[in-house]
Design a protein around this ligand. Structure first.
Ligand SMILES: Cc1cc2nc3c(=O)[nH]c(=O)nc-3n(C[C@H](O)[C@H](O)[C@H](O)COP(=O)(O)OP(=O)(O)OC[C@H]3O[C@@H](n4cnc5c(N)ncnc54)[C@H](O)[C@@H]3O)c2cc1C
Length: 453
């Protein structure tokens, strides 16, 4: 341990250290990493030292940005590298790009880009780490308009299992560059990324909230409407169990409600108004739609930033009809708090296209992403698991069989990694893994095993 601490600027902590718990804890607190050592990296050289130390001793290496996926990837040994201290954004307004360090959250990138009239392809929650989100695909608020965040990466700095810091891009180590964008953490620790920013300052966005009694009508209308909208319309629909809090309007308090979330890039708010008219005609109890600065776009989903213990599951679905809506609503108990969220995000648009520089993000033909989230009151995951399994089974007829890596944060994620890729891409990933990480040092993750093809 001392040998490592001598080469690292940040803290190197063992389980007996009083700072150990805080260092290993991220957003998800249902399961946390329990490594032999935590290295709080301050600079790429710290990451190199930690990886070299672990590789030489046959120890696995885990990485934690903001810890939103910890339930799926938390390990019980090895070296955990935390990147929170490597937090920096540099915007090049002329080039329309940003250089983003490993531990940076999306809200930091959004704030840095806004003065230049630009926006990143960030997700629904501004507190999620930008780098891990992007490497896992990155399904953002504006993804139907522009594609996955991984489709707009220009270059990556990555420390591979041999401890080398490499700069990869379309013309430098293109295989590794392809694999990292979608294969996430299997090939090294990314210390910084260079990404495209989009010319977006304002969206037509917000949420419409409906009482649960109208759920069948709202879901049915939403699905028919979504089939007609242009790529500029980004939306999702969710059934959410709202808390019994005075902050929530009385008719919705302590009950489930239906939320339609909108982020539309049509430019003219009047055009946005026309597009959402069929949804508004259903008479929402809450309507926050209007011109919205992208800096405030976190309010569209309004996901809590405080650490939480949650169980989640996901599936990718094809086109949905009234039978699919019935399958969901028949499984939802109005009294139970689980699942807390049942969400369908509309895919398609630019998400269905291969980017200019191909990457490993798979399943581009899916039409909807299903996201199930249940808050855990204690350690008993039973009610959440059975509610999720029931919903996944009921929706099996509409499942494509694929999954999107970033939302595979549940207990079964480790056994489901293949479903994030086509068979050919998974084979290619295992071959690239065999070249860059033959000992599978990076295995505390959604693992792609090294295989000589
Ligand atoms: C509330 C919430 C909202 C979300 N919204 C969206 C969304 O809108 N769109 C979307 O696509 N996803 C979304 N996600 C999923 C999220 O993008 C992934 O869970 C992502 O991995 C979280 O990033 P993190 O920094 O918290 O990762 P961590 O939990 O810290 O790490 C997750 C994985 O990424 C790897 N990793 C972390 N940093 C690096 C690095 N520097 N180099 C290599 N690998 C690394 C780790 O090894 C680990 O396996 C959401 C998740 C939550 C909980």
């Amino acid at each position: 341990m001392n040998q490592l601490a001598d080469h690292v600027t940040g803290p190197v902590l063992a389980p007996h250290d009083e700072r150990y718990d805080a260092e290993r804890t991220g957003w998800q607190i249902a399961r946390r990493h329990r490594p032999d050592l935590v290295v709080g990296a301050v600079r790429p050289a710290d990451v190199q030292a930690a990886v070299t130390y672990a590789s030489a001793r046959g120890l696995p290496v885990a990485v934690q940005g903001t810890g939103h996926a910890a339930a799926a990837v938390a390990g019980t040994s090895g070296v955990l590298i935390t990147t929170a201290r490597m937090s920096a954004v540099r915007v090049d307004a002329d080039a329309g790009t940003a250089r983003v360090a490993a531990g940076t959250r999306w809200d930091q990138v959004v704030r840095a880009a806004a003065p230049a009239g630009l926006a990143p392809l960030s997700g629904s929650a501004p507190h999620v780490g930008a780098v891990s989100y992007t490497l896992g695909g990155g399904l953002g608020l504006l993804s139907r308009t522009f594609g996955y965040a991984a489709d707009h990466v220009r270059g990556l700095d990555v420390v591979t299992a041999d401890g080398r810091l490499r700069h990869v891009g379309p013309d430098r180590e293109p295989d590794l560059f392809w694999a990292l964008r979608g294969g996430r953490d299997n090939f090294g620790v990314v210390t910084a990324m260079e990404i495209d920013l989009m010319p977006v300052t304002t969206v037509y966005g917000g949420a419409l909230v409906f009482p649960v009694e109208t759920a069948a009508d709202v879901f049915g209308t939403y699905l028919r409407w979504a089939a007609t909208v242009p790529d500029a319309m980004n939306s999702s629909i969710a059934l959410i169990a709202l808390p019994n809090s005075p902050a929530i309007p009385a008719p919705l308090r302590g009950r489930r409600s239906v939320h339609v979330r909108i982020a539309c890039t049509v430019g003219d708010p009047a055009a946005g108004e026309r597009l959402v008219a069929p949804l508004r005609a259903l008479g929402p109890s809450i309507d926050t739609l209007g011109a919205l600065a992208y800096q405030d776009a976190g309010s569209i989903h309004d996901e809590p930033a405080e650490p939480a213990a949650v169980e989640s599951d996901t599936a990718l679905l094809g086109d949905l009809d009234d039978h699919a809506v019935r399958a969901i609503l028949d499984r939802i108990s109005l009294d139970a708090a689980v699942p807390h969220v049942v969400e369908l995000r509309q895919l398609g648009g630019r998400l269905a296209h291969q980017p200019a520089v191909a990457n490993a993000v798979g399943n581009r033909d899916a039409r909807y992403l299903l996201n199930l989230v249940s808050r855990l009151a204690g350690t008993d995951t039973g009610p959440a698991r059975s509610a999720h399994t029931g919903l996944l089974d009921a929706l099996a007829p509409w499942s494509t069989g694929g999954r999107f890596l970033n939302f595979m944060n549940g207990a079964d994620a480790a056994s489901q990694v293949r479903s994030a890729y086509s068979a050919a891409d998974h084979r290619r990933l295992t071959g690239i893994k065999a070249v860059h990480d033959p000992q599978n040092v990076f295995r505390l993750n959604h693992n792609i095993p090294p295989t000589q093809n």
